[in-house]
Design a protein around this ligand. Structure first.
Ligand SMILES: *Cc1c(COP(=O)(O)O)cnc(C)c1O
Length: 424
């Protein structure tokens, strides 16, 4: 518990974000790990679900489950209403022009693969280029490598600097006459860098280049407006924004989705099937073959309702304060090096400690009840750039506290003494 929670009756400050009240909405945060209160600082990998999401999933399973779009019976209609209601919520949440622009996927990874295979593959010719950045998650690298292999196109990678920032001039210089697709993260999962996507998307569009933004780390930390951004595609995952795993969405500009062929074949994506010819269903169903993750969509819809019901501005201000506090708390630790010091940063700190392998660090922290991520964070090229195999990453949600970050710093110092000897 933070000191603030122990202080009796303070005058209400409407502007202040009440983290202790927020924490009570997330049942798992009350548990203990190895005898310590859980400090969950691995939100960049997957965030925890609030009661509202858990209850929506439970209610669906108890009372409404059936397959969607097929039956005329009551349960099927209720399931369909909930599934399609979730699509409406995603469309509003991203400010899409229409609900038909929202395709449910398993998550960001599947969304990027869909665009690579359905949009890029039919378009790309040998010698064409796909431009990405050095900061990408493997989910926004490998699908493009695969489609380049399939078509003879070339993968071009925009460089980053020592801060983990991207120079927009350098990216624009790589947008050439053969560039067909520009794909980049909105926020880097390895470093927290906020990329200048507004400018880069506008530059790409002005050159007739299709744009995809990987929003997996952005959607949990702020409002995203795909129309203001102007991108053709935007991908995100539910489980990083307080919803269940196995559900996410692809936003696609309608004019783009219309021209794209289906990606997978099966039920729900068809209008008519004969052995001679199959005609495809309308958007977005053309891209949703087979029985979808109905319960996941219900949970995602509930997560959006939850986010719509809280003081989001206060929540995001609290997250920014947590990040600042984490930098201040970790910086004095001898031998600790922050990896990623971009001026615009969100949600996480990546670091290494001299003489302590990130994996050992993670193990010591776990003994103290602190959950962080250690490894390459599915961004091996970023690790290569900094000449390290791995980092420790603490990533924040609005339910984290300053107290948890202080515990992180104490525990890192303990690990340093255990493994790092007298370094520093
Ligand atoms: C987590 C993540 C992904 C992959 O998301 P999945 O939910 O595993 O599909 C892609 N990009 C970024 C930036 C991520 O953080």
């Amino acid at each position: 518990m933070s000191d603030a929670a122990r202080t009796p009756v303070r005058p209400a400050e409407p502007a202040a974000f009440d983290v202790e009240t927020m924490r009570r909405e997330f049942p798992v945060l009350a548990r203990r790990v190895h005898g310590h209160p859980l400090a969950y600082l691995d939100n960049g990998a997957s965030s925890q679900a609030p009661r509202r999401v858990i209850e929506a999933v439970d209610d669906y399973a108890r009372s409404h489950h059936a397959n969607v779009h097929r039956g005329v019976h009551t349960l099927s209609e209720e399931a369909t209403a909930r599934y399609e209601g979730a699509r409406d919520r995603v469309a509003r949440w991203l400010n899409a022009a229409s609900r038909t622009e929202i395709v449910f996927t398993r998550g960001t990874t599947e969304a990027v693969n869909l665009v690579a295979q359905s949009y890029a593959r039919p378009q790309l010719r040998a010698g064409d280029e796909v431009l990405i950045t050095h900061l990408e998650h493997h989910a926004n690298i490998v699908p493009w490598q695969m489609v380049c292999e399939q078509t003879g196109a070339k993968l071009v990678v925009a460089p980053i600097d020592e801060r983990g920032e991207l120079d927009p001039d350098a990216v624009e210089a790589l947008m050439g006459p053969r560039t067909r697709v520009f794909a980049c993260a909105h926020v880097s999962n390895a470093l927290g860098t906020v990329l200048p996507v507004e400018r880069l998307v506008a530059s790409a569009r002005a050159r007739g280049i299709a744009t995809l933004v990987d929003g997996a780390q952005a959607v949990p930390h702020g409002a995203v407006d795909v129309r203001a951004l102007g991108c053709d595609f935007y991908a995100f995952s539910g489980h990083k924004m307080y919803a269940p795993t196995g559900i996410g969405a692809l936003y696609g500009r309608e004019s783009m989705l219309e021209r794209m062929p289906p990606w997978q074949g099966g039920g729900d994506m068809i209008l008519t099937v004969s052995f001679e010819r199959t005609t495809y269903n309308a958007l977005p169903y053309k891209f949703e073959a087979g029985t979808p993750n109905i319960v996941g969509a219900v949970g995602l819809g509930a997560a959006i309702d939850f986010l719509g019901s809280i003081d989001l501005r206060g929540a995001h201000a609290h997250e920014a304060a947590l990040l600042e506090h984490a930098h201040a708390a970790l910086a004095p630790i001898p031998g600790l090096r922050l990896i990623g010091t971009a001026r615009r940063k969100l949600g996480l700190v990546s670091f290494v400690v001299d003489g302590v392998h990130p994996h050992d660090l993670g193990t010591v922290l776990d003994q103290d009840g602190i959950a962080i991520r250690t490894g390459h964070h599915c961004a091996m090229p970023v690790m290569d750039f900094f000449g390290i195999p791995a980092t420790a990453r603490a990533s924040f949600a609005f339910y984290n506290t300053f107290d948890e970050i202080d515990r992180l710093a104490v525990s890192v110092e303990r690990a340093r003494r255990l493994f790092g000897g007298d370094v520093g």
